[in-house]
Design a protein around this ligand. Sequence first.
Ligand code: T6T
Length: 314
Amino acid sequence: VVALSVASVSAMFLAGCSSDSGSGGGSGNIAFIQGVSGDEFYISMQCGIEAAAKDAGVTVDTQGPVKFDPTLQKPIVDSVVASRPSAILIAPTDVAAMQAPLAAASKAGIKVVLVDTTLEDPSIAVSSISSDNKGGGAEAFNAIERLSPAGGKVLVISTDPGVSTADARVAGFEEAVGANPAFDYLGVQYSHNDPAEAARLVSAALAKDPDITGIFAANTFAAEGTATGVRQAGKQDQVKIIGFDAGPAQVKQLREGTVQALIAQQPDTIGTDGVAQAMAAINDQPVTAEISTGFHVITADNIDGEGAQYVYKS
Ligand code: T6T
């Protein structure tokens, strides 16, 4: 067993993971490739992965591109594949662009486990683990419906097309909003995972349609920027915001009352499940092709109770 790399030890320390699990004395090494580095969702997932890897007695090395961008993630995959780990846990940044690099990993005999996002053809992976993204998107609309039963104009701020998770959340929202004629759906706009761009899009949307009643923001960065845009327009009492994810800054916006609900994922569970599937594949044991880890709704009413456990680590 190769010693735990300095990079992953310091990352574990920085991430503030609480892990006192023991070593199971297994063999193998796992590479975790994040969708983007510095994102609390993937930091929390890294905590789950490192704890589970420690239990299994295998090493883990974590890397991520500085932007959620396949042109930056592909070279990381290529160099990791060249280093021949036993398994790669990865959140592909694009359903199409990451297909060939990961097919090459699988062809090289590396067990690929998709964590969070997926591919156009996930059959190259031994297992795919994600939240119920479509269900979470539908729940976001249900929350807006409960907060504004009279209906009105609603907008979606997403990241980029081709990100499977965000696309599924948008699809779930669109299906739900389409079933309620009291709502006027203004469509989806893409913020490229940049909070400043999300804030700009929201400002422009509110200038065009000053009577927007609800906005669904499909991930952390979209949600942070959406809240900023609404606050800058002074419309926080009028516009209900539902954000996907539960990073600390998002929770602050929830507590301040700018955001009404967060659809939280369980990134640590996705990570531990990912390691379990990788270990099963490495040891020629049965794997589960698809695992859903659901979602949880956090509001001001439960953030100090059962909602608190779903807040991401930073
Ligand atoms: O929403 C998560 C993740 O599920 C998605 O695939 C990309 O964005 C996040 O990492 C949040 O920033």
